[in-house]
Design a protein around this ligand. Structure first.
Ligand SMILES: *Cc1c(COP(=O)(O)O)cnc(C)c1O
Length: 489
């Protein structure tokens, strides 16, 4: 299958590209991104056939439906990384919280957050492509806290790739920061910037589109690529767990195959939700996708009112920092899928130039036939963490936002799959505060308090972070990023 551009073609880029080209160079004409030229139809037999499949077998068949130009042995290598998750036979456990609410836990990989679901296999695929083409790549990532550790983890010490990772200094949890700054592999550079996540993401987008930066890299024989979820190489791996979780509901006799369910997704850059949308378009029986946000509630506005308006908005820091995002990159792929390239270009240029756009009434109703949305304030989230813990389930503040959407967005009594995107260990001060009422604990004290209260232990990959040496000390202004990266290379 080939990949085409969300904002149409400008005559400079090819009209269509292979999967491997789309993941090596993810930015397309007019600043657009790549999408599959069509979505394969899976059909009801597909679900029937995979009722008892392992995660890897299901994944292989979903990938096969896209007919991507990646060798089978590379795909096998990539998918074998799910064997390193906590339970190789069940990398994405589905846990019952109430009769009609199940949580799909996406955080059982090496960095304890859902970014591993896609980045683990993606690292293998990208490095193998670079080696096969005998090319060197600089992979850039901008992170609000979880992409960075997951990108470093997947690319460290891999051949033909170097990584430059930008994070907002002060905008991540201690554990997230330590996961990045203690990384000492020679092929990675971690850069803290004075600013928020949108500053980091804008800097990344600017460098990816900068001809002079590319020319300087070319002089060093290096190509440029990105590991953010604008990269379709990540999205394709995020389709699979939606299907797997649905099948898990069937296996646990909660539903029968064909029954509709709600997906309830804590959303930032919309990669996770987009995976659900594509799965739905490919035939997974989904009633609606609930989009949960925190106080940075642009997605709630968009889905409730049809307005994407950043004119009076500034990012606010919340206790779910991986969702502190205003420019949600993957919404563009929904616009494309619903309204086509011409309209997408119009809306996205207006967003880029004037900081807002508005859907027509017809377009909005199209959105609302698939999505519903609500946002959750930090205090409400804390209450959910406390109440749900009292009922026997421990969750992080991102996952908590889903409980608000679960309560307010459903109009049918169907089973809901809520996605848990981070382990409790990554945002422990908020959780400790919710459970014990104590304020201001450091990460390590909070981890110990929760472990004691819940009668569980802190995973070693987390506890040992606090004794590791800081290898990455750079913290700079955003205008110095380019210079810093060139010096590293
Ligand atoms: C990245 C992330 C999200 C947001 O996911 P998107 O795919 O960007 O919408 C939510 N929660 C956690 C913990 C994350 O790391």
């Amino acid at each position: 299958m080939n990949f085409i551009e969300t904002r149409g073609n400008d005559g400079q880029y090819p009209l269509e590209v292979s999967f491997s080209s789309a993941i090596l160079s993810p930015i397309a004409s007019f600043g657009g991104i790549y999408v599959p030229e069509f979505l394969p139809e899976l059909g009801t037999e597909f679900l029937q056939k995979h009722i008892n499949s392992s995660y890897k077998t299901l994944a292989k068949d979903v990938l096969a439906a896209f007919e991507i130009d990646i060798d089978a042995d590379v795909i096998d290598d990539a998918l074998s990384l799910y064997d390193e998750f906590d339970d190789a036979t069940n990398p994405v456990p589905l846990v019952r919280v109430k009769d009609d609410l199940y949580v799909s836990e996406l955080y059982h990989g090496p960095t304890r957050a859902f970014k591993d679901m896609a980045l683990q296999p993606f690292g293998v695929v990208l490095s193998s492509l670079a080696q096969k083409r005998n090319e060197n790549y600089l992979i850039m990532a901008a992170t609000s806290g979880d992409t960075g550790p997951a990108a470093l983890e997947t690319f460290k010490n891999r051949a033909n790739v170097q990584v430059a990772c930008l994070y907002p200094d002060g905008g991540t949890s201690d554990v997230q920061r330590l996961q990045m700054v203690t990384e000492d592999a020679k092929n990675v550079k971690v850069i803290g910037i004075h600013g928020d996540f949108d500053d980091a993401q804008n800097a990344l987008k600017r460098l990816l589109g900068s001809a002079t930066f590319k020319a300087q890299l070319k002089a060093k024989n290096i190509h440029l690529s990105a590991a953010n979820s604008v990269n379709f190489g990540r999205i394709i791996f995020q389709l699979i767990y939606h299907i797997y979780s649905y099948l898990e509901l069937v296996r646990q006799n909660v539903i029968v195959s064909g029954d509709k369910v709600y997906l309830d997704v804590p959303s930032g850059n919309f990669g996770n939700a987009l995976g659900g949308y594509y799965a739905m378009k490919m035939g997974l029986p989904i009633e609606k996708i609930l989009i949960a946000s925190n106080k940075n509630n642009v997605l709630t506005q968009l889905i409730k009112q049809g307005k994407y308006d950043l004119r009076d908005m500034a990012v606010v820091s919340t206790s779910s920092p991986a969702m502190d995002i205003l420019k949600s990159s993957n919404v563009e792929r929904i616009l494309y899928d619903m309204f086509g390239a011409e309209r997408t270009k119009e809306l996205m240029s207006q967003l880029d130039n004037e900081n807002h756009y508005e859907l027509t009434a017809t377009e909005l109703s199209q959105f609302q036939s698939i999505f519903a949305a609500d946002f959750c304030e930090d205090d409400e989230g804390k209450q959910y963490i406390k109440d749900v813990f009292a009922d026997g389930y421990l969750m992080d503040p991102h996952t908590a936002t889903c409980f608000k959407a679960y309560n307010t967005c459903r109009d049918k009594s169907l089973t809901t799959i809520a996605y848990s995107t981070a382990e409790w260990t990554k945002f422990s001060p908020t959780i400790a505060n919710a459970l014990t009422g104590e304020e201001g604990a450091s990460d390590i004290d909070a981890l110990q308090a929760i472990a004691k209260k819940a009668g569980i232990s802190i995973p070693r990959v987390i506890s040992e972070l606090f004794d590791k040496e800081i290898a990455q000390k750079t913290i700079i202004d955003k205008q110095d990023i380019e210079k810093e990266i060139l010096a590293f290379l």
